[in-house]
Design a protein around this ligand. Structure first.
Ligand code: CP
Length: 349
């Protein structure tokens, strides 16, 4: 099965699960190497960070003297702005950098860009990149910097998955045993890949649902199942949306990447909307208190109806709000190893 390919990237394990013990992690690359206890700890810290965000003056000195760079080679609203806000609330010095306007435009490689930032004393590098494995590559080559993956190609989007987990846990109390249905363009979704790992590790039951052409092929093969006991062995696939949604606790619609329409994945947009749009009438067969989620950005009227996206069961805006607190928790967590990695003296305030 090739749902996620950490081995293909020579994934750097920043976790150090020696003898089953969890050590502070230097990097956040995907959720596949997180222990459930570690995910629980991030969610717990997120709760504390949310309290900070409710204060009149949203500022704590936790990351004073730390330098955070957001290095985004792809467009973003939610992830980039929430990392910037998270860093600033924690008193870090946050610098935003994109491919455009930097020496990347002159052909500077990813490695040389990373080495340059490391030489300048950057502590935490938040990276979004169109190529799967780019954050893992930087983690292997920049020993003094913490790397946080803000979305790489079709591979992973771990911070999105953690904010999704937090939102569901906050609303429904617990993740274990919940039925989570992820609908749409699963094949091209890094959000779905990381969410699958996160929800499965916390004991939820994930169903992936979409047209056969937009589901990972391995999952559709009769022999594509993982051995019993594997974390993802409980993940189900269903090509009937009505059947999948029945009794669901959470229905998460994924963005249909419009370029797919011209690539032979879909008969037509009208057909996709008719068969796969998540609507009020379809969600009526989910549990009465079911949550409707979307990672954003949304194509309203395509993968999700406008009424549902802005209706009572929608937690889409709460997902965005929780993104700030989750990213504060992650910046805080990796910062505890940054000073050791850079060989700096830690002079606490
Ligand atoms: N969900 C998400 O990653 O949104 P952005 O592309 O706006 O960051």
């Amino acid at each position: 099965m090739s749902l996620s390919h950490p081995a293909a990237f020579g994934a750097y394990s920043g976790t150090g699960h020696a003898n089953g013990e969890t050590k502070p992690r230097q990097h956040v690359l995907d959720l596949d190497d997180f222990l459930p206890s570690e995910i629980a700890s991030v969610l717990e810290n997120t709760r504390a960070m949310k309290e900070v965000l409710k204060r009149d003056i949203k500022k704590v000195p936790t990351l004073r003297g730390r330098v955070v760079v957001t290095l985004f080679y792809e467009a973003s609203t939610r992830t980039r702005i929430s990392f910037e806000e998270a860093g600033k609330v924690l008193s870090a010095d946050v610098i935003n950098m994109g491919g455009s306007g930097s020496s990347v435009e002159k052909g500077e490689s990813l490695l040389n860009t990373g080495l340059t930032l490391q030489a300048m004393g950057v502590d935490i590098l938040v990276v979004r990149h169109p190529h799967a494995g780019a954050p893992n590559f930087l983690a292997r080559h920049l020993p003094k910097v913490s790397i946080i993956n803000a979305g790489d190609g079709l591979h992973a989007h771990p911070t999105q998955a953690l904010l999704d987990l937090f939102t569901v846990q906050e609303k429904l109390g617990s993740l274990a045993g919940l039925k989570i249905v992820i609908v749409g363009d699963v094949l091209h979704s890094r959000v779905a890949r990381s969410a699958m790992w996160g929800f499965a590790k916390m004991g939820a039951k994930v169903t992936l649902c979409g047209p056969g052409t937009l589901l990972p092929l391995d999952l559709l093969r009769p022999n594509g199942h993982l051995p019993e006991g594997h974390c993802l062995a409980s993940v189900k696939v269903d090509t009937s949306l009505d059947r999948a949604i029945e009794g669901a606790d959470v229905v998460m619609a994924l963005r249909l990447q419009s370029e797919r329409q011209d690539s032979g994945f879909l008969p037509s947009m009208r057909e996709y909307i008719r068969r796969w749009q998540v609507t009020e009438s379809r969600v009526a067969s989910a549990k009465p208190n079911a949550l409707v989620m979307h990672p954003g950005p949304m194509n309203e009227g395509i993968e999700i109806s406008s009424g549902l996206a802005h209706g009572d069961s929608s937690v889409i805006e709460e997902q965005v709000a929780n993104g700030v607190a989750v990213r504060m928790a992650l910046l805080y967590q990796v910062s505890t190893v940054v000073s050791q990695a850079s060989g700096r003296l830690s002079i606490e305030q």
